[in-house]
Design a protein around this ligand. Structure first.
Ligand code: S3P
Length: 432
C-alpha cells in the first residue's frame, strides 16, 4: 500500500499533457484486434485497464507490439480469434469486461472472464440480459449476476434493445455482438451516452447509423459485418484525466494551467459545461476534429465558483467527473445539487458513499441522496486521511482537494491511479 502526502500549494503553473483517453484506447485495441490488417494507435493510454484489454486479446492470439511512440495491433479479422488459455483477466476494468463480452458472444469457443474483487462485484446483468436476447450463451458463473462470466458459442440474432440505462458499456456490448448477428441490431438508450464505439465502428468500415429522437433518446444501429479494416488512430487526451487539472486550476489560488490536446467530444464534455455554469472562465484553443473526435487545448485560471444543479441529460456526459465536481462544489460559494446519478453506486466503488465519507473527513458539508448528493460550499477544507478504496478517481479527486486545504492530506492506496493516469503524481509534482 502506498501513501501520498499533499499539502496546500501557492499555485500550479505550466502545461499538462494528459494521457490518452481510456475509453478510446480500449476500443482501438478491441476493434484493431478483430479487424483485418494493422491498426496503429498513437497516444495510447498505458494504464492498467487498457493493458488488461491488450492482455485479453494477446491471450486470444492477437499480436500486439509496443513501439516507442505507438501500439501496433495486428488484427485477426472478425472470426480469427482463438480460444484463450485459462481465464481472460480483466483486472479492475468494467469497460474491458462489458465490451469484450459482446465480441466473445460471437466466437465459436468458450471463454471465462474474471477480474479483481471490485470488478467481480459490479453488475453484469445489464449486459447478460441483452446478449442472451441475442442468442448468446453468457452466464454469471456463481449465479450472482457478476463476473466471473462464462461465454459459450451461440447463434447471434439481430435485436432491438431498449436499454433502461444510458450506458456506453451496455450499448457497446450489444453493438459489438451485432457485428456477428444475422440481421440489424439496434440499441435505444434514454439519453445519449459516450459515442466512441459508434464513431470508431464507422471509421473501421461498419455500417452504423446513429439517430437522436426529439425526446432525447438515442438509437444506434449496426448491420451484420463481413470484416472491419485496420486504421490509424491518434487518441486524444482523456477529458476525465484533464478534469483533475482543470479543477486544480480553478480552485488553487495562483494557478495557471494549459492542458493540451484534450478530447472534447460533446458526449463527454459535460464537465466543461458545469465549470461554466459554476462561473469558471475556461478557454478552448486550437479546436480540431480527427476521426470524428473533437479535441482542444484548455486554458484555466482560478475563479470564484458558485453552486449549480447537475441533473438529467448532463449526467452521462460527466459521470466519471462527479467526484472531482464534488470537490469543486465544496470549494464554491453556495449549494450544488447532483441528482439522477444513481449510476455512481456501481462504479469502481459506490462513489456516493466514498465521496461523502472523504469530503466529510475534510470538513465539507455534504448530504448523500439516493441518486446523488447535495454539497453546501464555502466551508474551508482541512487536510485529512483519505481512503481511496482503490478507486483511481477518488484518489485523484481528493489529491486536488488537498492542494487547497489547510494542513496535510494523506491519500491511501495512491497506486490505484495506475488504472487511468499512471503519471498523475509526477505531473502534480512538476507543476509546483
Ligand atoms: C465507459 C462508460 C462509462 C464510464 C466508464 C467508461 C466506456 O460507464 O463510467 O468509465 O468506456 O464505455 P457506463 O457505461 O457504465 O456508464
Amino acid at each position: 500500500m502506498s501513501v501520498k502526502y499533499i499539502s496546500k500549494t501557492s499555485g500550479l503553473r505550466g502545461t499538462v499533457n494528459v494521457p490518452g483517453d481510456k475509453s478510446i484506447s480500449h476500443r482501438a485495441v478491441m476493434l484493431g484486434s478483430i479487424a483485418l490488417g494493422t491498426t496503429e494507435i498513437t497516444n495510447f493510454l498505458e494504464g492498467a485497464d487498457c493493458l488488461a484489454t491488450i492482455g485479453c486479446f494477446r491471450n486470444m492470439g492477437v499480436e500486439i507490439e509496443h513501439k516507442p511512440k505507438s501500439i501496433l495491433v495486428h488484427g485477426k479479422g472478425l472470426r480469427g480469434l482463438h480460444a484463450p488459455e485459462g481465464i481472460l483477466d480483466v483486472g479492475n476494468s468494467g469497460t474491458t469486461t462489458r465490451l469484450i463480452s459482446g465480441i466473445l458472444s460471437g466466437q465459436n469457443f468458450t471463454s471465462v472472464l474474471s477480474g479483481d474483487e471490485s470488478l467481480n462485484s459490479r453488475p453484469m446483468g445489464r449486459i447478460i440480459t441483452p446478449l442472451r436476447n441475442m442468442g448468446a450463451t453468457v452466464t454469471s458463473v456463481d449465479g450472482s449476476g457478476c463476473a466471473p462470466l462464462k461465454i459459450e458459442p451461440g447463434y447471434i440474432h439481430g435485436i432491438h434493445y431498449e436499454s433502461p440505462v444510458a450506458s456506453a458499456q451496455v450499448k457497446s456490448a450489444v453493438l459489438l455482438a451485432g457485428l456477428y448477428a444475422d440481421s440489424e441490431t439496434s440499441v435505444t438508450e434514454p439519453t445519449l451516452s459516450r459515442n466512441h464505439t459508434e464513431l470508431m465502428l464507422q471509421s473501421f468500415g461498419a455500417a452504423l447509423t446513429a439517430t437522436m429522437h426529439p425526446d432525447g433518446r438515442a438509437t444506434a444501429a449496426v448491420a451484420p459485418c463481413r470484416e472491419l479494416y485496420g486504421q490509424q488512430i491518434d487518441v486524444p487526451g482523456d477529458i476525465s484525466s484533464a478534469a483533475y487539472f482543470i479543477a486544480a486550476g480553478l480552485t488553487v489560488p495562483g494557478s495557471e494551467l494549459l492542458i493540451k490536446n484534450v478530447g472534447t467530444n460533446f458526449t463527454r464534455a459535460g464537465f466543461l459545461n458545469v465549470c461554466q455554469n459554476m462561473g469558471a472562465d475556461i478557454t478552448l484553443e486550437n479546436e480540431t476534429i480527427q476521426s470524428g473526435e473533437a479535441r482542444a487545448d484548455i486554458l484555466v485560471k482560478p475563479d470564484r465558483l458558485h453552486g449549480t444543479v447537475i441533473e438529467g441529460d448532463l449526467i452521462p456526459s460527466l459521470i466519471d467527473e462527479i467526484p472531482v465536481i464534488a470537490v469543486m462544489a465544496a470549494c464554491a460559494e453556495g449549494t450544488t445539487v447532483i441528482r439522477d446519478a444513481a449510476e455512481l453506486k456501481v462504479k469502481e466503488t459506490d462513489r456516493i458513499q466514498t465521496v461523502t465519507e472523504n469530503l466529510r473527513a475534510m470538513g465539507a458539508h455534504i448530504a448523500p441522496t439516493e441518486d446523488g448528493m447535495v454539497i453546501e460550499g464555502g466551508h474551508m477544507l482541512k487536510g485529512a486521511s483519505i481512503e481511496s478504496h482503490m478507486d483511481h478517481r477518488i484518489a485523484m479527486s481528493f489529491a486536488i482537494a488537498g492542494l487547497s486545504a489547510e494542513g496535510e492530506t494523506q491519500i491511501h492506496n495512491s497506486q490505484c491511479v495506475d488504472v487511468s493516469y499512471p503519471t498523475f503524481w509526477e505531473t502534480i509534482e512538476n507543476l509546483h
